[in-house]
Design a binder for this molecule. Structure first.
Ligand code: ADP
Ligand code: MG
Length: 332
């Protein structure tokens, strides 16, 4: 189980309202990612679900039970933090079994659960080491192990990979995805990184200033962003958002064209001058100025193309991939 329903949830700190009334349904077994810029309320929302913060108003239901006033320990959820919070003087085994020991669980059952978690997380060879003798990725796995042994109905992750270097982050991202496929337990994962959201989520919740801007699968958000905020936030490099007369031609206030939907083309309808040209081999990113449409237009071409700083180029948008938005920023 791991069905979580939030109804009209709000949170204020003093007179500052951080979460306006918010409704959200998280289904059993789903991998849900809360994504949004720093300060938008992701951690607050996760902490409200965990019971680590009190809601100002609203209700939270976990597996059909009203959990609004239940303490964290009674919610059946396990949280994994960015700072691993491991006990330095305890072995990996003792760190992982700690919550079970606190709950005075039968020793044989403790051992069974710890061995199972260590196996899933590839920690069996390190089980007698102390945290100081482990790499950052291994420490993060110990913290996850400590959550797994509790057999929670949902895992809550708050930016668990932020302290890891880029290569390790990609590796751990996949490990957590694999873990979800294996355990099939609900996971709620908070990140400001839209690439993490796109690669891990079944369902993404995009937040801005505590508001849910859109809920959908990664590809729904990519293909049909509900508004200009989601359009600009999801996708890398960012979607080009063009206002003014060019948008008016499409009966829109703003049109959006993703960098990958622009082609360098001698017959293209738009002209500009190349500023920075990034040649990655696999892709070429061009930052194009003086188009008269927007300050800098970003273009992504597959492979290495012979275009360099200072070149004047023409661009052809894929008309079928243009997004249209109205005066309120909403998708038309
Ligand atoms: P995120 O995790 O998306 O970066 P947070 O949920 O941590 O954002 O914070 C959302 C907003 O609430 C921020 O403006 C932050 O300053 C404010 N906030 C968070 N916790 C507290 C608190 N304990 N007291 C006052 N303001 C807080
Ligand atoms: Mg946060």
């Amino acid at each position: 189980m791991g069905q979580i329903n939030l109804t009209q949830v709000t949170k204020s700190f003093g007179d500052v309202n951080v979460i306006p009334p918010l409704d959200l349904q998280i289904n059993d077994g789903e991998f849900v990612v809360f994504v949004g810029p720093s300060g938008c309320g992701k951690s607050t929302l996760l902490r409200l679900i965990a019971g680590l913060e009190d809601m100002t108003s609203g209700t939270i239901e976990i597996d059909g039970t009203n959990a609004t006033s239940l303490p964290p320990s009674k919610r059946g959820l396990a949280m994994v933090f960015q700072s691993y919070a491991l006990y330095p003087h305890m072995s990996v085994r003792k760190n992982i079994s700690f919550p079970l020991k606190m709950a005075k669980m039968d020793q044989a059952e403790q051992d069974r659960r710890v061995n199972h978690a260590a196996k899933i997380l590839n920690l069996a060879d390190y089980i007698d080491r102390r945290p100081g003798q482990l790499s950052g990725g291994q420490r993060q796995r110990v913290a996850i192990g400590r959550a797994i042994v509790r057999e929670p109905s949902a895992f809550l992750f708050d930016e668990p990979l932020s302290n890891l270097d880029a290569a390790l982050r990609v590796g751990m991202r996949m490990e957590i995805s694999e873990l979800h496929k294996e355990l099939k337990t609900t996971m709620i994962y908070v990140t400001h990184d839209q690439v993490e959201a796109m690669t891990m989520a079944d369902k993404i919740v995009v937040l801005q200033k505590g508001n849910i801007e859109q809920v959908g699968s990664p590809l729904e958000l990519y293909h049909k962003p509900r508004n200009t905020f989601v359009a600009g936030f999801i996708g890398s490099p960012k979607m080009n958002l063009i206002e003014g007369p060019e948008a008016a031609k499409h009966n829109a206030t703003t049109i959006g064209v993703r960098p990958e939907h622009l082609a360098v083309d001698p017959n293209g309808i738009w002209e500009g001058r190349v500023g920075v040209a990034e040649h990655l081999g696999s892709d070429t990113f061009l930052h194009v100025h003086d188009t008269g449409l927007m300050e800098t237009m970003t273009v992504r071409q597959t492979g290495d193309i012979a275009v360099n700083h200072g070149d004047t180029i023409r661009l052809s948008p894929n008309m079928e991939m243009i997004h249209r938005f109205g005066p309120d920023g909403l998708r038309l």
